[in-house]
Design a protein around this ligand. Structure first.
Ligand code: PHE
Length: 354
C-alpha cells in the first residue's frame, strides 16, 4: 500500500506538471483526489492492514493528498497568470476611446405638454392649482349648476363611492372626476380675487375607444374678477393658439351648451396645414377637412356657479375654459394616432419619438 501511495504521488506530480489548461487541472483533481478518485480507492485497503501500520499509512495518504493540492494550486496560478498575460497582448484597453452613452429616458409627452401649457399661462398671470381627482358630488356637479338627477349629468357620471363628512358641501357620494371643472368651486370658495387659476389634473370617463382613453388629462382655466368679459376670453384663446401651436394660428368660438357657463362655446383652432381654408392644392385638407380643429369648451362663468361659492355675481364675473392635454399634444405633433390609448401603453418605441 505504501508503494501504491508513492506511485500515486509521482503520477499526480507528473500529470499536473504537464497539464496545459485549467480545465485539465479540474479533471485531474477529480480523478486523483476526488471523493471517488484513486486516492480514496487505495484508502479502502486500510481496513485490511495491521493496526500498527494503519496510522503510518493514514499519515502518508494525507501527505500525498496535501502535496497534490499544493501542486494543483501552484499550477493553477501559473496557468491563469499566463492566460492574462496572453490577453494583455490581444485585448488592450484604449483609455482614450469615448465612453458608451447610457440609455437616457425623457419626460412623457403628456408631462412635456403640461409643462409647456403651464409656462404659457404663467406668463399672463395664471397660477397652477391642483384639486382632487376623487371629489365630492358638490364640486364635480352641484356647484357647477348640475343639481342631483339633472340629465346633464348623464354624460359625465363615472364611478361613485360612498363617503362621510361633517362638512355641508361634502355630503352624499364622492366621484372620480369626469373633468377638471370641479376645481372651479374649490378655487372660488377661497374668495381671493382676482382668480386666475390653471388647474391641471387627471379625469375619468366612461369611454374607451380609439379616440378616447378612460383616464386622460385636462386643464381648466378660470379667470374671475370685476369686469371680466368675453373679449378677455377671446384674447386668452388667441394668445394660447399662437403660443402653443405657433405664429399665425388663431382661435374661434362657436355656440354650445354647458350648465356651468353662459354663454357657452366650443373652441376651434385654425388648421396649420391649410391656414383655415380647408383646401390644400385644390383638394380638401386631410387634417381638418374644413379649416378648423376642435379643441375644447369655454364660456362665461354662470352666475349660479359664482353664487354656489358665495361670490356675488353683481360684483364679479368670470370666464372658464378647459380641454384635453392629450388632444392638444397630438394636434400639435400633427400625428394622427390610430389609437390614443397607445399613450398609456408605455411602449418605449412609441414614446421616444416625442
Ligand atoms: N368641463 C368641460 C368638459 O370637460 C369643458 C369646459 C371647461 C367647458 C370650462 C366650459 C368651461 O368638456
Amino acid at each position: 500500500m505504501k508503494d501504491q501511495l508513492e506511485a500515486l504521488r509521482l503520477q499526480i506530480a507528473k500529470d499536473i506538471g504537464s497539464a496545459e489548461t485549467l480545465e485539465v487541472l479540474d479533471e485531474l483533481e477529480i480523478k486523483y483526489l476526488g471523493r471517488k478518485g484513486e486516492l480514496t480507492a487505495i484508502l479502502k485497503g486500510l481496513a485490511t492492514v495491521s493496526a500498527e501500520d494503519r496510522p503510518v499509512l493514514g499519515a502518508l495518504a494525507n501527505e500525498v493528498k496535501q502535496a497534490g493540492m499544493d501542486l494543483l494550486e501552484r499550477r493553477r496560478n501559473e496557468l491563469s497568470s499566463s492566460k492574462f498575460a496572453a490577453l494583455a497582448d490581444t485585448e488592450r484597453a484604449d483609455m482614450t476611446e469615448p465612453g458608451k452613452r447610457p440609455v437616457e429616458g425623457h419626460l412623457h409627452l403628456v408631462t412635456q405638454t403640461i409643462r409647456e401649457i403651464t409656462d404659457i399661462f404663467e406668463k399672463i398671470g395664471f397660477y397652477r392649482t391642483r384639486y382632487p381627482e376623487i371629489d365630492w358630488d358638490w364640486y364635480a356637479f352641484e356647484s357647477l349648476n348640475m343639481p342631483p338627477d339633472h340629465p346633464a349629468r348623464d354624460d359625465w357620471e363615472t364611478f361613485f363611492m360612498d363617503a362621510v363628512s361633517s362638512d355641508a358641501k361634502k355630503q352624499g357620494r364622492m366621484v372620480l372626476t369626469p373633468h377638471t371643472s370641479n376645481g372651479q368651486a374649490h378655487e372660488l370658495e377661497r374668495h381671493e380675487f382676482p382668480v386666475r387659476m390653471l388647474g391641471i389634473g387627471k379625469c375619468y370617463r366612461r369611454q374607451s375607444d380609439a379616440t378616447h382613453a378612460p383616464m386622460f388629462h385636462q386643464f381648466e382655466g378660470l379667470y374671475v374678477d370685476e369686469g371680466v368679459n368675453l373679449s378677455h376670453l377671446r384674447g386668452i384663446l388667441d394668445y394660447f393658439a399662437e403660443q402653443f401651436f405657433g405664429k399665425g394660428r388663431v382661435s374661434r368660438i362657436r355656440p354650445h351648451h354647458f350648465r356651468f357657463t353662459e354663454p357657452s362655446f366650443e373652441v376651434d383652432i385654425s388648421c396649420g396645414i391649410c391656414g383655415a381654408t380647408g383646401v390644400v392644392n385644390g383638394q380638401k385638407c386631410k387634417i381638418c377637412k374644413q379649416g378648423w380643429l376642435e379643441i375644447g369648451g369655454a364660456g362665461m362663468v354662470h352666475p349660479n356657479v359664482l353664487m354656489a361659492s358665495g361670490v356675488d355675481p353683481k360684483k364679479y364675473s368670470g370666464l372658464a375654459f378647459g380641454w384635453g392635454i392629450e388632444r392638444v399634444a397630438m394636434m400639435k405633433e400633427g400625428t394622427q394616432l390610430d389609437d390614443i390609448r397607445i399613450l398609456y401603453q408605455n411602449d418605449v418605441r412609441f414614446l421616444k419619438q416625442f
